[in-house]
Ligand binder design. Structure first.
Ligand code: HQG
Length: 183
């Protein structure tokens, strides 16, 4: 596998489908690297221990962390698998956070607010450039502003994953702004 394929495969397994290779994660998302490699190879993927360790350092996204003893790996955020319920500390967000999405989702988001979908949290960023990149994954990107300060004042909890991604359960429509005139 190329390093990018390996990282994608690891993301899929550690966030969404550990059972697809017979892997068990603990509630904080940790898997033994040896078990991950054995499961991957048994399911026909040529993944090596070195590629897993490489994936932790590769790329700007910092999707994963290694345990202190180097034996385990976890995804830092983005889980949908019910095996994982990471316990994030509450954190004080900046007054404004950003969410990048695709223009075709805007009407629905305006009506319902931001929902986590299959993931456990809505993902937000402190900078607009990151939000543009996240939105482009889905189509023509549009960046919404989230009144994180206002939400927090009303009791909505925020968390900051170790890689800088901001998380919250959902964002009601009244805390969103930056709509194009067409929506
Ligand atoms: C949209 C990547 C209709 C939401 C990124 C998004 C991120 C709604 C899509 C991380 C909606 C879900 C997460 C509503 C939300 N109606 N659409 N009410 N509420 N949506 O991929 O935030 O590369 O689950 O706007 O960098 O795009 O995986 O979430 O467009 O940090 O490491 O529903 O994934 O990181 O899409 O991305 P996703 P996301 P990785």
């Amino acid at each position: 596998m190329t390093p990018e394929d390996a990282s994608r495969f690891i993301a899929y397994v550690l966030r969404h489908a550990p059972e697809s290779i017979g892997l068990a994660l603990d509630a904080e998302g940790w898997a033994e690297i040896d078990a991950l490699v054995i499961g991957a190879v048994a399911s026909g993927r040529a993944l090596t221990h070195a590629q897993v360790v490489q994936a932790v350092d590769a790329g700007a996204k910092k999707r994963y962390a290694l345990s202190a003893d180097g034996r385990c790996i976890r995804a830092l955020q983005g889980h949908s698998t019910p095996q994982v319920r990471r316990s994030f500390e509450p954190a004080e967000p900046p007054a404004v956070l950003f969410h990048g999405t695709a223009t075709r989702f805007l009407a629905s988001i305006r009506a319902e607010g931001l929902r986590p979908g299959t993931r456990q949290h809505v993902h937000l960023s402190a900078d607009e450039a990151t939000a543009v990149q996240v939105g482009q994954r889905h189509g023509k990107a549009h960046v919404l502003r989230v009144d994180a300060g206002g939400m927090q004042a009303l009791g909505h909890a925020f968390h900051r994953a170790e890689n800088g991604v901001w998380l919250t359960e959902a964002v009601p429509p009244r805390f969103l702004s930056g709509w194009p005139s067409s929506v």
